[in-house]
Design a protein around this ligand. Structure first.
Ligand SMILES: [Zn+2]
Length: 241
């Protein structure tokens, strides 16, 4: 199974061959552009187009036993493809693109608020990021700093490093509870700015390629979740007056 989204987050359609259909109906393909739920980013929806034009609606995408096993979950009542069948994959691009913009916004927030991250979840309309911090912080100020990064249109790119490189640079890891996957020998870094001047951190999600694509965003709310935990909510659009 080749995860095409790892190298190209903008691939919305591609061909694939059915490897197997699981007992639970989950469809396994030889390669996929469907992102599987992971790291707070929901998996893709969309459809598989058969040679006769028939559509198999995909309601969600998840990982199996291992992260490299990607399962496409059909909506109820869909036609069942045959093993070996060639299909064309189509992801719901509008939804995915919003998820890419929101996911990237979370990275920008982690630059503006350099505290350990204890949790995050991305959705099409908003995101939340939990930080291990006790300071009180002004949301308008955070919004202004995030929009500075958006407006500067910094490049975003990925870079592979070895596990040894990561071990030598433990500060790259911002999440407190989630360690990047180990044992595969290499780690994917998501870098922001020329020569990673703004940020770099391990991440397997999908991101836009320039910060300006994030568009206008604001911090909708900062909630106090315990003495040392702050939950930030990022929303699209201008901050309401
Ligand atoms: Zn990411």
């Amino acid at each position: 199974m080749t995860a095409l989204f790892v190298e190209d987050a903008y691939l919305s359609t591609a061909e694939a061959r059915v490897i197997a259909v699981r007992e639970d109906g989950g469809i396994m393909l030889d390669q996929t552009c469907f992102y599987a739920t992971s790291g707070g980013q929901p998996g893709d929806t969309g459809f598989l187009e058969r040679a006769n034009g028939e559509k198999i609606i995909i309601a969600g995408t998840v990982t199996g036993e291992s992260k490299s096993e990607i399962i496409h979950i059909p909506a109820p009542g869909q036609p069942v493809p045959d093993a070996g069948e060639e299909l064309v994959m189509h992801i719901d691009w509008e939804r995915r693109y919003n998820l890419m913009r929101m996911h990237t916004a979370c990275h920008l927030l982690s630059v503006v608020c350099p505290y350990p991250i204890t949790g995050a979840a991305v959705s099409e309309t908003d995101s939340r990021v939990d930080f291990d911090m006790s300071e009180t912080i002004d949301k308008a100020e955070v919004t202004a700093k995030m929009m500075e990064l958006v407006n500067a249109n910094h490049p975003i790119f990925t870079q592979w490093i070895s596990e040894d490189d990561l071990a030598a640079n433990p500060d790259l890891v911002k999440s407190k509870n989630v360690r990047p996957p180990s044992g595969q020998g290499k780690i994917r870094l998501v870098c922001i700015g020329e020569e990673s001047a703004i940020d770099s951190q391990p991440c397997g999600g999908t991101h836009v390629s320039e910060t300006a694509e994030v568009g206008e965003i604001h911090i909708g709310k900062i909630e106090k979740k315990g003495r040392e935990n702050r939950r930030f909510r990022i929303r699209f659009g201008p901050a309401p007056d």
